[in-house]
Design a protein around this ligand. Structure first.
Ligand SMILES: NC(=O)CC[C@H](N)C(=O)O
Length: 386
């Protein structure tokens, strides 16, 4: 291998260092190190707001080969705090490509590192657990002690309340495609753009709301259903959204949540959440739908999970069972982590994975139809499930 022309160093909080070549912007990147096993879809991954404050390590060895294009972004910018790849493509080659990933990373100030053995790094993170990381390149790069200190001084993910940082500043409406069936209020906790698209394509008028919207503001929209999106940060820190969700449940408004939304439904029902040793991030995670017995191959990106009993149904602990019985509807077949919740006495369900599937397989898009079924079953005069 030829000597790297623009050296860069990657430093983990446990002291491990790897050297490579600067990729994208030069400077310093700090964040939680997370590995992503998806073989495709790096543009969707980089622009997923749930990666706010995380440095992505791609296990797929060749990144940038299909360039970047104008249609695959999941938000208006790259949210990843840094990027670690093995072989960065020298030039893109795809009929869809309108630009070069390396140039885009540079333009958006995202510091990356290439020529790293990302699979060895992944095994390290898998065995040692989630931890902070820094990438350092350019003339200002600190020495070894300075690099480690910078990593140790950076914030940890546990306890971080980040949804508002990734949310829209202003509410906006995505009109229903075709005949309008229902009005939905979608809390943007770091929403991916494919989600309102999937909702709107099913005849839903989607009111996308900032993360800190109050229940009073929500009520003015008179939604037929409420949706909570994916998003960055620790669900244990999102008390404000949990309070709003409890009001939604109290009013028996049909609710559907994805990923962060699943964790917040878990909390609203009285369950705890915990940090996984390492997260689930990829587009080939097997999940069992326990009602149908079917296995879905899913797109996932989560570092936290809901702590709910797998044997069910059981009474939701919040306020002495105020929300009645709940069951764990989906589990991950790799490690039995809770991947979905369904309330049996209030109209609410959620999944820990990504039915909007951008990137990823489309096995789970039926869940958007289940949300519509739930709204269909509600009798507006009784404000309760039929
Ligand atoms: N994609 C998401 O919504 C992630 C949820 C949460 N931030 C986690 O890491 O578990």
């Amino acid at each position: 291998m030829t000597e790297p022309r623009r050296p860069a160093t990657l430093t983990l909080e446990d002291g491990l260092e790897l050297t490579g070549t600067a990729y994208g912007a030069r400077g310093t990147a700090l964040g939680e190190a997370v590995f992503v096993t998806a073989m495709t879809g790096y543009q969707e991954t980089l622009t997923d707001p749930s990666y706010h404050r995380q440095i992505i390590v791609q296990t797929a060895p060749h990144i940038g080969n299909t360039g970047v294009n104008d249609v695959d972004d999941e938000s208006t910018r790259i949210w990843a705090a840094g990027y670690v790849v093995r072989d960065a493509a020298r030039r893109p080659s795809s009929w869809r490509s309108t630009g070069d990933l390396r140039e885009r990373l540079e333009r958006e100030g995202v510091v990356g590192i290439a020529d790293v053995d990302t699979r060895a790094l992944t095994r390290h993170l898998r065995d040692k657990g989630a931890m902070r990381m820094g990438i350092f390149s350019g003339p200002e790069a600190p020495d070894r002690a300075g690099r480690l200190q910078a990593v140790l001084d950076s914030p940890v993910m546990a306890g971080s309340d980040l949804a508002a940082e990734a949310s829209t500043a202003e509410a906006y409406v995505v009109p229903a495609v075709g005949t309008k069936r229902f009005t939905v209020a979608a809390f943007d906790l770091g929403i991916k753009s494919m989600t309102p698209t999937q909702l709107a394509e099913r005849g839903l008028e989607v009111h996308v709301l900032p993360a800190n919207t109050s229940f009073e503001t929500l009520e003015k929209i008179a939604p037929d259903g409420v949706f909570f999106s994916n998003g960055p940060g620790d669900p244990a820190a999102a008390d404000r959204q949990v309070d709003v969700l409890r009001s939604v449940l109290d009013h028996r408004i049909p609710f559907f949540g994805i990923c962060f939304g699943n964790q917040l439904l878990g909390r609203a029902l009285g369950y705890g959440t915990y940090k996984l040793q390492f997260g689930h991030r990829g587009i080939n995670q097997p999940v069992l739908d326990r009602e149908t017995g079917k296995v879905e191959v899913t797109s996932q990106n989560h570092g936290f999970a809901v702590d709910a009993p797998l044997d069910g149904p059981s009474t939701a602990p919040y306020d002495d069972g105020r929300y009645g019985a709940v069951e764990v509807s989906h589990i991950c077949l790799n490690d039995n982590v809770v991947e979905g919740l369904r309330a049996l006495d209030v109209p609410a369900f959620s999944v820990q994975y990504h039915p909007e599937s951008a990137a990823g397989p489309h096995d789970s898009r039926y869940l958007f139809d289940r949300f519509i079924d739930l709204m269909d079953r509600i009798d507006p005069t009784s404000q309760g499930a039929k």
